[in-house]
Design a protein around this ligand. Structure first.
Ligand SMILES: [Zn+2]
Length: 58
C-alpha cells in the first residue's frame, strides 16, 4: 500500500505529485517541497494537518 498526494490539490499550477509507502514519509516530502518551491508559504503543524486530509491511499 502507498499514499499519494498532489500539490495541485491545494493551491496552484504545481505539477508535483508524491507517492511513498508511509504517510510520515509523504509529509516529509511535502514539507521539503513546500519550503523549496512555495516560499514564502510557511510549513506549520496546522498546514501539516490540512495536508493529511488530502492524502489518498492507493
Ligand atoms: Zn508544489
Amino acid at each position: 500500500m502507498t499514499v499519494t498526494i498532489r500539490c495541485a490539490d491545494f493551491n496552484n499550477d504545481c505539477p508535483a505529485e508524491f507517492t511513498t509507502p508511509q504517510e510520515d514519509e509523504l509529509l516529509q516530502h511535502v514539507e521539503l517541497h513546500t519550503k523549496a518551491v512555495h516560499q514564502p508559504m510557511e510549513w506549520t503543524p496546522e498546514l501539516a494537518e490540512v495536508v493529511k486530509t488530502h492524502v489518498k491511499q492507493a
